[in-house]
Design a protein around this ligand. Structure first.
Ligand code: AMP
Ligand code: MG
Length: 360
């Protein structure tokens, strides 16, 4: 299949609009269109068409029990998909939509089984990106869209990432530049009495609790290992975001972390002398610390300014993908405080590292 690429800006010029008319036609015809949102790029299909949604699973190699998020551009679309939101759900929708928040709630029988992975709930989000909203609006249907990457790989925050993973497997890529936020949406399950955080994002736990009071946190959010316990959504158990390199996170006080990273790099280099396969080592650091590693025989990657967690979040997947580009085999990353957006950064980083975390 030939994957066409169109370039569109958030300003939505008349030209952008006519390009998006074309993209909406592809969605309506049952095709796959990757498109930018404020979080990451999504791989979109008509969310009401089970055959179109099946193509998403095929293109990504996504396990079929991992449900999809339905993206809407208007509150009126919600009634078709979901039972009436409870009070907490209404408060969260009013407070954070459009934006990077996904709500899980009871579904109607109009939602195809393939979208909800056989669960009796559905996940819905109203994105704020004007490109995403225009595409949904023009399509006239909710758009089912997981992240636009091959299953298990880091999510895509640029059209080039999408092309690297999915070119030839999808109909179209809408290139809208770099994702502003860079982490997938915060997911809150409001189907029960007390809301439950299923996935942290750039809308933080504090943001949610300021709106609706104390909520529950799914144990998978802070998991240190893939456990045997059954998560709420099957997708939470799968390996995610992983670069090809073996990634190890060194978390704790920064001075001690740096020392530990020196040690781990040295041990890895000694080990490499006895190995026949190539060893290519990287340190994933931050602007504040990069000079400490300057003389080490490794490749250095900075995630940005530690003092600006939003910047770290926006750069995370690009750096994970850059490790692959540089054919890194072993990478050691500094950790982050697990508060605010740091909780979400560490949640993704730990998954990318297969939960290899050294605490110092
Ligand atoms: P992705 O779009 O690839 O970031 O994945 C979407 C994620 O949304 C899934 O992996 C689930 O964790 C979550 N999700 C989607 N539908 C539901 C649902 N009905 N209940 C709970 N979580 C859901
Ligand atoms: Mg994903």
């Amino acid at each position: 299949m030939n994957t066409s690429v169109i370039k569109v800006s958030e300003e939505l010029t008349p030209e952008d609009n006519s390009l998006l008319d074309h993209a909406a036609g592809v969605i309506r015809a049952g095709g796959l269109v990757a498109f930018p949102t404020e979080t990451v790029y999504g791989l979109g299909a008509n969310g009401m068409d089970p055959r179109a949604c099946a193509k998403i699973y095929e293109a990504k190699g996504r396990p079929s029990d991992n449900p999809l998020i339905l993206h809407i551009s208007d509150m009126s679309q919600l009634h078709d998909l979901a039972a009436e939101l409870n009070a907490h759900g209404k408060t969260l929708a009013a407070g954070f939509w459009p934006g990077p928040l996904t709500l899980v709630t009871g579904r109607t029988n109009r939602v195809p089984d393939i979208v909800s992975g056989g669960l009796d709930t559905v996940a819905v989000r109203m994105p704020s990106s004007s490109i995403a909203r225009a595409l949904i609006n023009k399509s006239g249907v909710p758009i089912a869209a997981p992240s636009a990457n091959v299953s298990g790989r880091p999510s895509s925050t640029r059209a080039e990432h999408v092309a690297a993973d999915l070119s030839g497997k999808i109909d179209m890529i809408v290139d809208g530049g770099s994702s502003v936020l860079g982490l997938e949406s915060t997911i809150v399950d409001v189907s029960g009495e007390v809301p439950c955080l299923l996935r942290p994002g750039t809308i933080t736990l504090d943001d949610i609790e300021s709106a609706v009071g104390r909520i529950e946190i799914d144990p998978a959010v802070n998991a240190e290992a893939l456990s045997g316990s059954r998560p709420k959504a099957p997708g939470m158990a799968y390996v995610h975001y992983a670069p090809q390199a073996e990634l190890v996170i060194v978390a704790g006080e920064l001075g001690r972390s740096r020392k530990q990273i020196f040690e781990l790099v040295r041990a890895r280099r000694e080990n490499a002398e006895f190995s026949s396969s190539p060893t290519n080592i990287a340190i994933v650091t931050t602007d504040e610390n990069i000079e400490y590693y300057q003389n080490m025989p490794v490749q250095l990657f900075s995630l940005g300014k530690r003092s600006h967690p939003a910047e770290i979040a926006a750069n995370l997947y690009d750096v994970l993908r850059a490790l692959d580009q540089a054919e890194i085999t072993h990478a050691f990353s500094e950790g982050f405080d697990e508060t605010g957006v740091g909780l979400s950064i560490m949640n993704r980083l730990k998954k990318a590292a297969g939960y290899r975390v050294v605490r110092v």
